[in-house]
Design a binder for this molecule. Structure first.
Ligand code: ADP
Length: 488
């Protein structure tokens, strides 16, 4: 059966090319569908533009708008197992990780429902003799939300919830590899009573459907999560249209183990930071800096952990690393490791594509630990987006900060030390939008998230997350009853 897509509140066969969704664990077919066509983009944006202006949405009181998000959150929670299973089929994450992502999407919907109910305008000037001013938040209009394949439903909700809460309409273009979760989200919003047209879900190629969407004159903001090159391109498109962007891009995040760190905690945290989601996370802690005095000990312990991680079928309980998203991506990860080998890097563990048993059928890659490379090598500098950790020793803080910041990205960083003064001193010097201290890859929806440098522009999450999808209108209220004393 052909999976339908969600255009302007209707389920229909897409008018674009045929595409398929496959299970990364064994390549089996999840669904066949037709991508959105250019007519679908046109129809979705026109419907979105009418829907956000219609009184049915525009005149809804904030708590009434929030009601839809609360209902979606409840629906997600009540179907958590079904959704997690679909998430695993869609992108190959182990079920436990998929459950956590689905639960986080429910939390995000609730958070932005509450933010919507409690959003307040401002009274910038108190009454003075002549006038007073008010500033209120208004929607932007139609938002193009473009998402990657690594955390479906969670990354989609992070855009859709605040945008709808802010009174906008959203046209969502999920990644080619993971259309199913985004379409499911469309179904959930429909069931929760979202008026027609406020959300469309258009699977399809980025360069065709994504491109047509962001260039549409009625799209008033681009909210994008994905690779830095695509983000830079979208920033150009937005600049031409003079519209805003929110860009969550790549990373090559440094994690630092100081000589006074609790090593048991640090090595487990570092392993989680890079190897969970098989390293397919923009925030993966992929560059490790270890104080030279603890270097050998840390590397031995990390190697032991990495060798003990279970790589396997993502539906099997207890599996740590599922497959990578597809064979093409797995090959690109493997090519980086081959390059490390050629340049004299030491592959402490991993580094070989599995060819035996059930792992041979999917796009698996083992946890891989490398050292002995120069920091300016491509493996140390570029985002690999796989379970590959490169380690380097450091001697002092100045050298450490120089190396840690010597990268185009600035998404996240981790510090493991028992000295909080040192942790805060280092955190202050690191060029990163998020710094974890004695923990890693923990998230709170109330904490703003975004990148420094080429890791992005703007912030998602947090109470201000809703304002990112709104614009301020300032009102001056004249209080002087007399005519202006300017002309006779
Ligand atoms: P990845 O996350 O795989 O590195 P991308 O950044 O290219 O790759 O993909 C993230 C999202 O951006 C996907 O949904 C993709 O289809 C979309 N995309 C890619 N190119 C464009 C484009 N030119 N215009 C709009 N969207 C795009």
């Amino acid at each position: 059966m052909t999976q339908k897509i969600f255009v302007a509140g209707e389920w229909r066969v897409g008018r674009g090319d045929a595409m398929v969704s496959r299970f990364p664990a064994d390549g089996s077919l999840n669904a066949e569908l037709n991508a959105a066509g250019l007519e679908d983009v046109e129809e979705a944006v026109e419907a979105a533009d009418a829907a956000w202006r219609a009184p049915a949405w525009r005149d809804r009181l904030p708590h009434e708008r929030a009601e839809v998000l609360y209902r979606v959150s409840d629906l997600i929670r009540s179907r958590l197992e079904e959704l997690a299973a679909l998430q695993t089929r869609d992108n190959g994450k182990p079920l436990a990780e998929a459950r956590a992502l689905v639960a986080s999407a429910a939390g995000t919907a609730r958070y932005f429902a509450a933010a919507c109910e409690t959003l307040e305008g401002e009274l910038p000037t108190q009454r003075n003799a002549d006038f007073m001013t008010l500033s209120q938040y208004e929607p932007l209009g139609v938002i193009a939300a473009i998402t990657p394949w690594n955390s479906p439903i969670a990354s989609e909700m992070q855009k859709v919830a605040p945008a709808l809460a802010g009174g906008n309409a959203v046209v969502l273009k999920p990644a080619e590899a993971t259309p199913l979760m985004a379409l499911k989200l469309g179904e959930l919003f429909e069931e929760a009573g979202l008026p027609k047209g406020l959300l469309s879900v258009l699977p399809g190629r980025g360069s065709v459907i994504g491109e047509a969407l962001v260039r549409h004159p009625k799209v008033r903001k681009i909210s994008f999560t994905g690779g830095t090159n695509t983000g830079r391109h979208l920033a150009h498109v937005a600049a031409d249209k003079l519209i805003g962007t929110s860009l969550e891009l790549g990373g090559k995040s440094p994690t630092i183990i100081c000589e006074d760190a609790d090593l048991e905690q640090a090595v487990k945290g570092v392993a989680y930071g890079i190897f969970s989601s098989a390293g397919q996370a923009c925030i993966a802690g992929s560059r490790l800096f270890i104080h030279r005095s603890r270097y050998d000990e840390v590397m031995d312990r990390l190697e032991a952990i990495a060798r003990g991680l279970r790589v396997g079928h993502p539906e099997t309980p207890g599996v740590h690393l599922g497959p990578l998203i597809n064979q093409g991506h797995r090959d690109s990860v493997a090519a980086y490791v081959d390059q490390a080998r050629e340049q004299g890097g030491r592959i402490r563990c991993g580094g070989e594509i599995p060819t035996q048993g059930e792992l041979a059928a999917g796009s698996f890659y083992p946890p891989t630990l490398i050292d002995g490379l120069a920091h300016d090598s491509a493996v140390c500098q570029e985002e690999i987006f796989g379970p590959v950790l490169v380690a380097l020793p450091f001697d002092d803080e100045d050298e450490l900060i120089g190396l840690a910041n010597d990268n185009v990205y600035g998404l996240a960083a981790g510090i493991w030390t028992s000295d909080y003064r040192r942790a805060l001193r280092l955190a202050g010097k690191l060029e990163a939008g998020t710094v974890w201290i004695n923990t890693y890859k923990k998230f709170s929806i109330s904490t703003p998230f975004g990148g420094y440098k080429e890791s992005g522009l703007g912030r998602e999450k947090g109470r201000q997350g809703i304002q990112a999808y709104m614009q301020q209108k300032s009102l001056y209220l004249g209080l002087d009853a007399a005519p202006m004393n300017w002309c006779d």
